[in-house]
Design a protein around this ligand. Sequence first.
Ligand SMILES: [Zn+2]
Length: 121
Amino acid sequence: MDKKFSKKFIEEQKQRLIKDRQKSLSQIEILKTEDPFSDPEHASDNAAIDTDVREQMGHEAIEAQIKDLQKKINDIDNVLKKIQKNQYGLCERCKKNIPQARLKLIPEALYCVECEKTLRK
Ligand SMILES: [Zn+2]
């Protein structure tokens, strides 16, 4: 069962990935400006302790979100490379086709559901 995806489908996915990549990049920029630690006044202010704690939490939440977005961009880059090599939709681990429905849901998926589960254990 070696069903290839249609060119149209791959092209659509490619456009989605490029858009998602740009969106993620601009989200990172927005998050960076929201990070309380990026405020140049931060180091010198003598804010109350509870403010500092809140800032610390905000900083960590933002850092985590940026990390997630960077991982997504990284995945998208890998997938775009696969499209170039004509290997879009091939699971990185078992080399089987990833179901089209899954790719529609997660265009940057690098693994089939089975392998993803195994890798997460
Ligand atoms: Zn697999």
